[in-house]
Design a protein around this ligand. Sequence first.
Ligand SMILES: *[C@@H]1O[C@H](CO)[C@@H](O)[C@H](O)[C@H]1NC(C)=O
Length: 487
Amino acid sequence: MWNVGLYTSPILATVLYRRGYFVFDGIVTIAKFLTGIGLILAASYCLRSIDRANNYTYITFLNSLTAAKKELNKDTKKALSRYDFEFYAWPVEFKWSDIEGDETKHRLYMDRPSPRRTAVEWLFALPCQVVSYVVAHTFGLRLVYPGSISMLQYVMAPILLQGRIKLVNENQAERFKLHTRDGNYVDTMIVDRRNKHANGNTLVICSEGNAGFYEIGIMVTPLEAGYSVLGWNHPGFGGSTGMPYPDQELNAIDIVMQFAIHGLKFQPENILLFGWSIGGYPISWAAMNYPDVKGVILDATFDDIVELAILRMPSSLEPLVRKTIRDYINLNIYQQLSKYPGPVLLIRRTEDEVICTEEMKLSSNRGNNLLVKLLKYRYPKIFDDEGVAILHAWLAADVNQRTIIWSKYDINEDLCVSTLMSYISEHSNSFPCLVGEGFSSDLKAEMVLFLAHKYMIDFQSTHCTPLPANMFRLPWELSSELEYVKV
Ligand SMILES: *[C@@H]1O[C@H](CO)[C@@H](O)[C@H](O)[C@H]1NC(C)=O
């Protein structure tokens, strides 16, 4: 009622004013009415307390909670895990300050350098600055992350509860509360399948979309594929506190990574990072800062949010949108991903309706931009102008056209692998990899298609369809081809 009242307050106020309630008598009437409601509320809270104090189920729960808050160990945690309750009351299990010596670990951030301005320039820029600050902090961030709107969460609450019950009952998931360095709490759910499943020794860390919650999100895919899985909610989503501003988002993924490594004791080389849509932002940051992870899988992700944001707003507002995004919600996924040297797999949805800049046009999918930029950075000699042109043609082609292109260039995968390997054995396997100098245009074209085919797979669906488990595969690695050759 409070929320509804708040959102409709302008209308309510007008109605009350018209009816003449804003005179002394009217105000007295309103005050009486509110006092009445207050009394009813207070009485019902009292009744509820009396009822709970006499309810065996409730008293057992309260005892479990008190015991767990006093000392959190295996037994008290187990007793507590049988209940679902407001997350603020959940005991904190892993804190930023728990990590010894980690305060000093340097972390990389890909922020835009702020322009140097003289005092006069600064004064002229001030009004713009104020407007974009207000836009970002009122509706801007909520438009980018609709899942943070409290009304939506209120409506979703029963569905999220069902999701948690399902995870705990069917997958033996365990819930954890983490405390970030900026004071937020992160709601986390873990399914630990070490020594239980074939893939259980690998932990998949899942980052959700802009209206996604781990309760009903992408965890299902790696779970079905038999991995250990960790899901967490963005700041301001579900049980997590805060708001999904980039800095809070990055502190949240950082504590999740620290918890996975130091709390759960998964080695970084056994951690796979998996992000869907906007979840590619925290994932690419984690990849840049934890480069030893096993690999990165990005599903329906884009290179940079700015073009997508501009598209959704009136074109006259473009400069404002650009500035607001760059200053406050700068989700520059490509920049972060390029700093990660390990295996990457991109999954593109062929009927994506969310991250295409032109309706139903495969070639305008922003996932293409992410692939092109990444490959250009990693293999600059292969993806020169000529190579990029072939790649664009490949990315715009449908399934039939692809078959034609593939057979036209007569791709010999073994040749591509051995070409890369011999380059690496003579030089180094770091990026940018300068293989491709002096290649014939045929060989270069072959390498373009071979690499594109290894780095990105297509999933014939729309943006929000859950990814089937059989498409959840490890990113391609040259060294795995090496083992294959040895056998
Ligand atoms: C006790 O409380 C639980 C949880 O709120 C409720 O499900 C149950 O019906 C209550 N039992 C009685 C006897 O009121």
